[in-house]
Design a protein around this ligand. Sequence first.
Ligand SMILES: Cc1cc2nc3c(=O)[nH]c(=O)nc-3n(C[C@H](O)[C@H](O)[C@H](O)COP(=O)(O)OP(=O)(O)OC[C@H]3O[C@@H](n4cnc5c(N)ncnc54)[C@H](O)[C@@H]3O)c2cc1C
Length: 450
Amino acid sequence: MKFQNIYIEASNHSLPVLAEVDVLVAGGGAAGVAAAETAARQGNKVLLIEKYGFLGGAAVAGLSGTICGLYLASDTNKKPEQIVYGFTDKFCAEMKRHNGLTEPQKYGKTWTVTHDPLVWRETAENLLEAAGASILYHTSISGVIKEDDVFKGVILDTKAGKAAVHAKVLIDATGDADLIYRAGLEYIMGDNGVIQNPTMIFRLGGVDVKRFLQEWGDDTISPAHVTARIEQAVRQEHADLPRTKIWTFPTPRPNELLVNATRLLGRDKQELNVTLPQDHTEAEILGRRQVRAYAAFFKKYVAGCEQSYVNDTGVEVGVRQTRTIVGAERLNNQDVVARRKRKDGIARCPWPIELHSGDKPKLEWLLDDYYEIPYGALVPAQGENILVAGRCLAAEHEALASARVTAQCFQYGEAAGMAADLAIKRNQPLRTLFGEEIRDLLNKENARLN
Ligand SMILES: Cc1cc2nc3c(=O)[nH]c(=O)nc-3n(C[C@H](O)[C@H](O)[C@H](O)COP(=O)(O)OP(=O)(O)OC[C@H]3O[C@@H](n4cnc5c(N)ncnc54)[C@H](O)[C@@H]3O)c2cc1C
């Protein structure tokens, strides 16, 4: 099936103009929320556009459910050591204040924190309101407005019809680099077109969490006996449980687990490309089916889950990877493996390479260290007045399998919001800003990158 992209040359569009803003943020996931809050707090007129009726993106609609990337991994450290601050830390503190975040939970050699998706939405909305940013829900961006290479605004699709928004700076935080794609600019799709598996995450209610933990243990990654049990159920009962290493997190709510277990391939056993509507639809349907198979496994075989039931699945299947941009710079696999630090680093990441491809997720730990992500990875190689933030940044396939988690997406958003402000105040092209100066500004806001 073929699809057509639209972009409109700025000089001759005749759509009604809904707003003229300093910064237009496309998408209200972790990156978009951080970008909008930061740019608005610096005094800019900011509008965030979101296709759903709530904020959170993959973290909330996809129920990814935990904030990874906050802590160092280690073979020896017995206590979590947080190394990411700035907006991420502020967001976590607000979530905690509203009982929406757990204490650190063990995940292999590192830690993560699990959040309540309803508190996530409210926290994000409150932060945006306090900063003075506006939100438009139930609105999709279906095109961009450009003049030659210069982005001037976006085309919105709403129930009321189409309209335009003009902006001095656009931040593409759609996860899928939709604005770059709509503009017909170059992008990369995974490893020669193959992207990481989607997963339908679910919440399991009615769990005796104390008994569950006694048998499962304190690591959220499945212990060997559970993995063996899954293998046995597949062999003996032909259960639809394609992933044997699964993750289970007690949530801030009583008697509830968040379960990250499914692994989705198409009916033809091929990898799905969820930017195509037919593959995306298949992922949703097969995802919900597979949730039932894992839930039945928990009920039958996992201690404490005898009375459990599926509370909820993601509003959408969790999508780990689609398009990434071709950037002024790229985060390479070698940068991650070598834990590269850089003067133009605007974010840091201690998260392992967590690659969901093939039979089992592969984890490659970065012990007692982290790497940094350059500002240039947020700057598209082509196109002016536009940055990206979030999982669509310029990164090599395996590098993205580390750099895409939530704490880092918050950091990219914060850096993009700060860069947008600087470019507007100085009337300077985004690509001529130095990562070093953005890093300095972020440090003044408690990013603690030095
Ligand atoms: C299955 C799965 C499990 C994961 N587990 C974890 C985990 O445990 N911990 C962790 O930290 N990370 C995890 N991640 C990764 C993390 O959730 C995401 O990488 C991160 O949330 C991405 O944030 P983002 O802001 O870049 O994009 P998204 O969260 O995808 O946000 C993009 C937003 O833009 C909106 N949007 C998109 N296109 C348009 C458009 N055209 N018009 C209007 N709005 C639009 C979307 O609705 C969405 O709200 C997981 C991801 C998946 C898929």
